[in-house]
Design a binder for this molecule. Structure first.
Ligand code: URP
Ligand code: ZN
Ligand code: ZN
Length: 475
């Protein structure tokens, strides 16, 4: 034991939080930050971070790991590979989804999901719920009880046959969120419009992956976003619209804010770095790799998303990691076949690349400040889902979850990533930074080259109530 009693001191750090950047040493004891200051006494272990930025570990509040799927589909990442990949990309807390199947009790879905996570996670984790069957039992008993037990957020879908709720059902679950202080996340796309367009595309023989984007134009997202906002206004409860893709949904959210409504929004890397062309410019099946919903749009819409990140429209920046192997019968080629786009599982991998993409192209690219980066990737997700101030900041009392950044050329190559997916949509992109070190509870889990696992490191976190400050409307 050192005289100071510090287990670790990270020295000469350029500490970045959501509100400030300053130079300090960071002292850690028993997995928590205990002191920030200059010239702190020596610790049992010392890390020199001179000249390097240190941010709080990332909180990825939207990722899918080992989520039960209808056979033959299966997610590539379970809690082991998914959280390994998270840690090597600087993310130290993940919040995937305990998804209720129709006819299943919510409680059973949560129990099953705990079983899938138990002993496997390398980073701390909490659960959102997915409510797909809001029976009276779910609304009156299960959901209120689960919220009280620390599952304080849930997602509802306006699309996908096996998950979608109608407007009346959404109103019912929003009422529970209001009464019990939970945060509802909404996947906003109009299911009937998508089905109508899909049938017409199929009748015309247009079934290649690129037509996925044609079946989900921005207006289906715009209409559903507008409706979700109206439903939340009726119930008088905050909501968070997930994976916002472009201008038309952004306009709806700006309108809601201007009317004083508490509408939060999330966006993801795919809406900054991919376009619909990544789903194919011809009928090649390779575009299946970038099929996700809503689909990526175009360059002009990428700029709209950058503007929203910069000016406060977006509350959180998540990966929406939904990992399916490309060349696999349980993945993008169901049963081993190249199938019509409606049968291709939706979702792309992104847990490991989320932070580096935004740090490189956002912060070092001069598009957002370092403080904004921390707010979007760590502090706000921790606040939105009731994990702050234990997570999401660098301050005495917080868990010593830290990222020490390396600046320099880094070419994204799937062979260097740690997920179990056989591709990355960002293959070949050259970034200006990558996490040089990730610490969880003061332990080094990634040193820029190697991953250091420890059985049972990742702990389950009960979430509290959201602690985001109410938004002011734009002038
Ligand atoms: O395409 C996507 N986004 N897949 C993951 C599931 C979801 O809707 O977030
Ligand atoms: Zn979704
Ligand atoms: Zn998702």
């Amino acid at each position: 034991m050192s005289e100071s009693g510090f287990d670790l001191v990270v020295r000469n750090a350029r500490v970045a939080t959501a509100s400030d950047c300053f130079d300090a040493d960071i002292a850690v004891r028993n997995g928590r930050i205990v002191s920030l200051g200059s010239g702190l006494a020596s610790g049992r272990r010392e890390i020199d971070a001179a000249g390097r930025v240190v941010t709080p570990g990332g909180v990825d509040a939207h990722c899918h790991l080992d989520q039960p799927m209808a056979p033959p589909l299966r997610m590539a990442d379970d809690f082991e590979s998914g959280t390994r990949s998270a840690a090597c990309g600087g993310t130290t807390t993940v919040i995937p989804f305990a998804a209720q199947a129709k006819g299943q009790s919510l409680r059973a879905a949560v129990a099953d999901y705990h079983h899938r996570a138990e002993g496997k996670a390398h980073v701390d984790y909490a659960f959102h719920l997915i409510v797909s069957d809001p029976t009276p039992e779910v609304l009156e008993n299960e959901l209120p009880a689960l919220i009280a037990e620390g599952y304080t957020s849930f997602k509802v879908y306006m699309t996908y046959d096996d998950l979608k709720l109608d407007d009346g059902q959404i109103l019912d679950v929003l009422s529970v969120a209001r009464e019990h202080g939970a945060l509802a996340m909404i996947h906003a796309e109009n299911a009937d419009c998508i089905e109508w367009l899909t049938k017409r595309l199929e009748a015309a023989g247009r079934t290649a992956p690129r037509f996925h984007a044609h079946s989900r134009p921005m207006l289906v997202e715009r209409e559903a976003t507008h409706r979700a906002i109206a439903l939340s206004e009726l119930v008088d409860v905050p909501i968070l619209i997930v994976h916002v893709s472009g201008r038309e949904a952004v306009e709806q959210i700006r309108w809601a804010r201007a009317h004083g409504l508490q509408v939060h929004a999330e966006t993801c890397p795919q809406y900054l770095f991919l376009t619909a062309e990544d789903l194919g410019i011809d009928d090649s099946y390779k575009g299946a790799r970038c099929i996700c919903s809503p689909p990526p749009r175009d360059k002009a819409n990428q700029q709209v998303i950058w503007d929203g990140l910069n000016d406060g429209l977006f509350t959180v920046f998540s990966s929406d990691h939904a990992p399916f192997r490309y060349d696999a019968p349980e993945g993008k080629k169901p049963g081993g076949e190249e199938v019509a786009f409606r049968h291709i599982p939706n979702g792309i991998p992104g847990l490991e690349t989320r932070l580096a993409l935004l740090y490189s192209e956002g912060v070092l690219g001069g598009r957002i400040t370092l403080e904004k980066f921390v707010e979007l990737t760590s502090t706000n997700p921790a606040k939105a889902y009731g994990l702050h101030p234990r997570k999401g900041t660098i301050a005495p009392g917080a868990d010593a979850d830290l990222v020490i950044w390396n600046e320099g050329e880094y070419a994204i190559d799937n062979d260097r990533l740690h997920h179990a997916v056989d591709y990355t949509p960002y293959q070949g992109m050259t970034l200006r930074a990558w996490p040089g070190m990730t610490l969880i509870g003061g332990d080094v889990v990634w040193d820029g080259q190697n991953f250091y696992p420890r059985q049972g490191r990742g702990r389950f976190l009960q979430c509290g109530r959201p602690t985001l400050r109410p938004m002011r409307s734009r002038p």
